[in-house]
Design a binder for this molecule. Structure first.
Ligand code: NAP
Ligand code: ZN
Length: 349
């Protein structure tokens, strides 16, 4: 058994604080990674605070993990000691249902095992990346082709990157397509960069007028302040696809009416409180679709990492120490981060 320093929340109202986790000794098909950096996803906050009512405490969040391989089992073929490696939101799945067979392990019929908070249908807890080391089955470990100097900025690709890449690919973002990204946070800023690299015409919708210049710098062709009625009216009935990353309950009709006939808005934001039900006329009159999407499979996560390496895409980050995490959560709630906190695990000591 391997002991690892970590940070955990003991219940929904406690701050995160030092904790010790035990990792299994690497088995034949396991890879042990010394974690160098871990991104801070809004899902970490939802989980630490029990906002989805499914948290198993104590909880050690963190599913944007990058680091160096320090041990491999004898059957591991694709990683060796010293390699850079990443781990995202999943560490296992059943491996035999039709979704797993399709490489869509995130939709595993028997429930994938989250990097933290255990299997989705209940079971032994798992502990995430706010820790020094992790042991993961080789088939759930990702290869990193970016250079080592970018390592910290690559961490957020493991969740924010794949959660935006997968629906952008699935709904065909590309040349000649008008794509909206709603919310400029961790997910949203990756969505803008990736949709731009896919050569779509990208419009960012933000509630923060202060983010207009950043939106353009990150790759948006246009930026709309979503509280400005005139700016919103000018975008009506034009979008092929809208990716909604907002972490809070809001009126979806504001965006549905921007879709053209047969357009789709996909929700990836997962707020604690439900959105008000959208008006049906906004859907039926133009055969518009409202959809959802969950992260992405392992094969597609590798495809996304390779795409980002090829297009020189990384996350814009603010590096923090582990003991800053509770302040970071408060700042994330105020949309006060450009655009992802990443924890330097060396600060765990
Ligand atoms: P984040 O960094 O906090 O960004 C969320 C953004 O939403 C904010 O920056 C803000 O952008 C906007 N926003 C926040 N409150 C708002 C409000 N009341 N009204 C309108 N806009 C608001 O969060 P994140 O890490 O990107 O995560 C976003 C959501 O996706 C979370 O709910 C998270 O749990 C979820 N998530 C889902 C998946 C999945 O697989 N589906 C994966 C990862 C995360 P502006 O300032 O630009 O308006
Ligand atoms: Zn996440």
């Amino acid at each position: 058994m391997i002991k690892s320093k970590a940070y955990a929340a003991q219940n929904a109202t406690s701050d995160l604080a030092p904790f010790e986790v035990h990792r299994r000794d690497p088995g034949a098909d396991d890879v042990q990674i010394e974690i160098q950096y871990c991104g801070v996803c809004h899902s970490d906050l939802h989980t630490a605070r029990g906002e989805w009512h499914n948290t198993i405490y104590p909880t050690v969040p963190g599913h944007e993990i990058v680091g160096r391989v320090v041990c491999v089992g004898e059957q591991v073929r694709n990683f060796k000691v010293g390699d850079l490696a990443g781990v995202g939101c999943m560490v296992d799945s059943c491996g035999h249902c039709y979704s797993c067979a399709d490489g869509e392990e995130q939709y595993c019929e028997n429930g994938f095992t989250g990097t933290y908070n255990g299997p989705v249908f209940g079971g032994e807890n798992t502990y995430g990346g706010y820790s020094q080391t992790i042991v993961v089955k080789e088939s759930f470990v990702l290869r990193i082709k970016h250079g080592e100097k970018d390592l910290a900025s690559v961490a957020p690709l493991l969740c924010a990157g794949i959660t935006t890449y997968s629906p952008l690919r699935h709904w065909g973002a590309g040349p000649g397509k008008k794509v909206g990204i709603v919310g400029l946070g961790g997910l949203g800023h990756m969505g803008v960069k990736i949709a731009h690299a896919m050569q779509a015409h990208v419009v960012l919708f933000t509630t923060s007028a202060s983010k207009i210049a950043d939106g353009k710098r990150l790759g948006a062709d246009e930026v709309c302040v979503s509280t400005n009625r005139e700016q919103m009216a000018a975008q009506a009935n034009q979008f092929d696809f809208i990716l909604n990353t907002v972490a809070a309950s809001h009126n979806l009709d504001t965006y549905l009416q921007l879709l053209k006939r047969d357009g789709t808005m996909t929700l990836v934001g997962a707020p604690a409180e439900p959105h008000p039900s959208p008006g049906v006329f906004n859907l039926i009159f133009k055969r518009r679709q409202l959809a959802g999407s969950l992260i992405g499979g392992i094969r597609e996560t590798q495809e996304m990492l390779d795409f980002c390496a090829q297009h020189e895409i990384v996350s814009d980050i603010e590096m923090i120490r582990m003991d800053y995490i509770n302040t970071a959560y408060e700042r994330m709630l105020k949309s006060d981060v450009k655009y992802r906190f990443v924890i330097d695990m060396a600060s765990l000591g």
